[in-house]
Design a protein around this ligand. Structure first.
Ligand SMILES: CC(C)(COP(=O)(O)OP(=O)(O)OC[C@H]1O[C@@H](n2cnc3c(N)ncnc32)[C@H](O)[C@@H]1OP(=O)(O)O)[C@@H](O)C(=O)NCCC(=O)NCCSC(=O)C[C@H](O)C(=O)O
Ligand SMILES: [Mg+2]
Length: 364
């Protein structure tokens, strides 16, 4: 549907003009921390430059008694941490506010925007049900930005964690030019859908497909015989829907939390599934998940080298060529350009990757 002529106009007099395109800033890991937790807060300054996004979490996982301390802690961190947040920082500053029906959400926004709005890149809104939730936040942000004299609009990110939110995913993505992206909230979504998993993200051994039974000489199925089982991804449908809705609106899809902090192997698998399906990043709940996310959401040196070879071989980008026994054409060139463009964006902020990708190019 064509947006109205007012879609890109500020929603309050004096508010900055909303963006027509959402910039592709690297956000492989959105690292959650509780600003009311002194130990975590103390680690934040040294994490700047080492993670794509630092997110001060005010919602679930922050105790009700600590909500005000978390909000004030985030203001302090935003004001005092050198190099954190803003358009030129290597580490963006995001927050997850409390849900819109909670007693805290309004104060979250009215406190944060005047105090650290110039550093705040993205506001993550939990439990978004439909476009109406985004419209509310959109107008309020515009009013607060105007009052604070901000010259850059704060972007909005929605978490999909209700069945209604999922059913409305396309309208949520298109509800405002501020919409930056979507994340999956697998724990809340599982509860809302009455799914029977108690895990925070990841797979489930009961969600499987079993190999057909062998048949005996009479052609009778031996259902008790040992058979392979293949565990399936509980989140495949949801992530794929999110990816399509985001791609359609030019915004970015993310996986969400992986709660089994100790199982770094399964965490990497879940992140990689999301990367392969089109997500650009994920959440990190513990410092050890940052390196996993950065690794998984950066294309491999081999993939970048291959993509560059296809781009070079395709010349003007039309027709078909053979490379290593495989057909490449206009469509596979587009796939390769996705890889090359992502590598360039990441190389611009990560000198180590820049070196690896440069070496990958020079071997050919
Ligand atoms: C998961 C944790 C509770 C684990 O904490 P802890 O037991 O303290 O871990 P460690 O002892 O291994 O920690 C080692 C040191 O690292 C610091 N630490 C831990 N986590 C972080 C962090 N996220 N950022 C910065 N620093 C961190 C510890 O303080 C230790 O420090 P020191 O003692 O000085 O060495 C904890 O990691 C945690 O609370 N993580 C964040 C959890 C969170 O944000 N949850 C909300 C997002 S998921 C969600 O909401 C569900 C979703 O919405 C859905 O619906 O699906
Ligand atoms: Mg949640």
């Amino acid at each position: 549907m064509r947006p109205s002529k007012d879609f890109f106009r500020p929603l309050a007099v004096g508010a900055p003009t909303p963006p027509t395109d959402i910039p592709a800033r690297p956000s492989r890991a959105i690292h959650f921390f509780d600003p009311s937790n002194a130990k975590m807060a103390a680690k934040i300054p040294q994490m700047v430059g080492g993670v794509d996004v630092l997110l001060g979490n005010l919602e679930d996982a922050v105790k009700a008694d600590n909500k005000v301390a978390a909000r004030e802690g985030l203001v302090r961190i935003g004001q005092e941490t050198e190099g954190l947040g803003g358009p030129d920082s290597p580490t963006q500053l995001w927050t997850r506010i409390n849900s819109l029906d909670s007693p805290w959400a309004l104060d979250d926004l009215t406190t944060l925007v005047p105090a650290i709005g110039h550093k705040l890149d993205v506001v993550m809104v939990p439990k978004v049900q439909g476009a109406e939730d985004i419209h509310y936040v959109d107008r309020l942000l515009a009013q607060l930005e105007a009052k604070a004299g901000l010259d850059r609009p704060i972007l909005v990110h929605a978490i999909l964690e209700t069945a209604r939110g999922m059913a409305n995913v396309e309208e949520i993505c298109g509800a405002s030019p501020r919409m930056q992206g979507l994340s999956l909230g697998p724990a809340d979504l599982a509860a809302d859908r009455r799914m029977k998993t108690t895990r925070v993200g990841g797979g489930h051994p009961g969600y499987l497909v079993r190999q057909d039974p062998p048949r005996n000489e009479l052609g009778v199925a031996e259902i008790e015989a040992p058979r392979s089982v293949f565990q399936q991804d509980l989140w495949h449908y949801t992530i794929a829907r999110m990816v399509d809705a985001c791609a359609m609106h030019g915004i970015y899809p993310y996986y969400g939390p992986f709660g089994d902090i100790a199982d770094v192997v399964a965490c990497e698998d879940q992140f990689r599934n999301a990367f392969l399906l089109g997500c650009v990043g994920t959440w990190s709940l513990h410092p050890k998940q940052i390196a996993i996310a950065h690794r998984v959401f950066s294309p491999s040196v081999e993939d970048v080298a291959h993509a560059r070879r296809v781009v070079a071989a395709m010349g003007d980008g039309t027709g078909a060529v053979m490379l290593d026994g495989k057909m490449e054409d206009d469509a596979s060139l587009k796939q390769c350009l996705v890889m090359v463009e992502l590598a360039e964006q990441l190389a611009a902020i990560d000198p180590e990757l820049a070196e690896q990708y440069a070496a990958a190019g020079s071997e050919d």
